[in-house]
Design a protein around this ligand. Structure first.
Ligand code: NAD
Length: 390
């Protein structure tokens, strides 16, 4: 079975879906691996590094996509020089990539029309069994780390306390809103840089996790239940949202840096910081809104832009994982390797000679597989398409 690794073409995207280490493992499992020329350069891997572990380098993208039994990618397929990458895929090929299936459901529709079996890495369940394939988490972890470095670089003061002959500088105050994967990493990173860190999450059960990475947990009394089944946050009503905003407002006003990471999967980002609250912050303070792309936790953030609002720098970076491509590629490549091995019944290539034998009773396969045999397999994607067609 032939696995192909495509080059990414989005502006600013430096990650690659497989690194030489993971390719060598695929080759050892019995897969033939093709890598598009230049695919790994952004992440520091020359074509020769892939060749050294047994991959074949292919310069012609149409050939690479057209011959792939499984095509591995970071970003959803798009168009190149007027050609649709999806149209290059042979029917019944398997595509594994981030697909943004709810944000841009038409890509999934085109994949179904092309009879491609597509796995969306966003839809790998966040369960213990699927942890090693959970690419959202691996990338969010690094985004949480990088968000703090961005804030530190933009802040006109230092993070750690410093006692010098010229006086004592108190530590910076960092506030992290949302203590999931990115938030916990942001708290840990800000602590390592010497800041005093407060953390808040709508799920009170994460208090211990916030404390375990060195943060102080902010408690806000909320009557409404905030956790859904499985321990995930649920979308709360507007009164509860308002209570949260009011409860957080004094903490935001006195923070030097606020990192926001609050999200309820599949919903628009909850608004946690109003413009009024931003105006109360000290001049030079910094907000990094990691949720800017899904609507923003801060009223002043704009996706993909750094703006100045009331003398506060509001950073709305959208693809922080791409700014640390060495580690994010290594982690993403490992997530994909684990998924491919899992789908191929731990690398039983013979049993999956021409295409993967998929078990749709399996939770991981059925959650992540969005198209198969010409059908869209996910109701939320079908609903998103209906909304667009209305
Ligand atoms: P996650 O689901 O692990 O964490 C989100 C947390 O927000 C959860 O702990 C949840 O309980 C909490 N939350 C939900 N509603 C809340 C509310 N009203 N108030 C406070 N907390 C609330 O998600 P993650 O993987 O850490 O990602 C966090 C955000 O970062 C997402 O929006 C994701 O899309 C974004 N992200 C951005 C980048 C980037 O480069 N900008 C990269 C990766 C992730």
């Amino acid at each position: 079975m032939k696995i192909a690794v495509a080059r990414e073409n989005e502006l600013g995207e430096l990650r690659v879906a497989q690194v030489p280490d993971t390719v060598s493992r695929l080759v050892k499992q019995g897969f033939e691996v093709w890598v598009e020329a230049g695919a790994g350069v952004g992440a520091g891997y020359e074509d020769s590094a892939y060749e050294a572990v047994g991959a074949k380098i292919i310069a012609d993208p149409a050939l690479l996509w057209g011959e792939a039994d499984i095509l591995l990618k970071v970003n959803p397929p798009g168009s190149r020089d007027g050609w649709s990458e999806i149209d290059w895929l042979k029917p019944e090929a398997t595509l594994i990539s981030f697909l943004n299936p709810l944000g841009d459901p038409q890509v999934t529709q085109e994949l179904a029309q092309r009879q491609v079996t597509a796995f969306s890495m966003e839809l790998i369940p966040r369960s213990t069994r699927a942890q090693s394939m959970d690419a959202l988490s691996s990338q969010a972890n690094i985004a949480g780390y990088k968000s703090v470095l961005l804030a530190a670089a933009s802040l006109p003061r230092i993070f750690p306390m410093m006692t010098t002959a010229a006086g004592t500088i108190p530590p910076a105050k960092v506030l992290v809103l949302g203590a999931g994967v990115a938030g916990l990493q942001a708290i840990a990173t800000a602590r390592r840089l010497g800041a005093v860190v407060d953390g808040f999450d709508i799920r009170p059960t994460v208090k211990e996790q916030v404390q375990s990475v060195g943060g102080n947990f902010i408690e806000i009394d909320l009557e409404e239940k905030t956790e859904a089944e499985g321990g995930y946050a649920k979308q709360v009503g507007s009164d509860t949202q308002e209570l949260i905003r009011q409860g957080l407002s004094p903490y935001v006003a006195k923070a030097d840096v606020v990192i926001t990471t609050a999200q309820v999967p599949g919903k628009p980002a909850p608004l946690l910081i109003t413009e009024e609250t931003v105006a109360q912050m000290k001049p030079g303070s910094v907000i990094v809104d990691l949720a800017a792309e899904s609507g923003g936790n801060c009223a002043c953030s704009e996706a993909g832009k750094n703006i100045n609002s009331h003398n506060v720098t509001v950073i709305g970076s959208t693809n922080l994982p791409a700014t640390v491509p060495v580690n994010t590629s290594q982690m993403y490549a490992k997530n994909l390797l684990n998924l491919v091995k899992y789908l191929a019944k731990d690398g039983n290539v013979e049993a999956n000679r021409d295409s993967l034998l998929l078990d749709f009773d399996d939770e991981i396969t059925s959650s992540a597989c969005v198209t198969h045999a010409g059908e869209i397999r996910n109701e939320r994607i079908k609903e998103a398409l209906l909304v667009i067609s209305r």
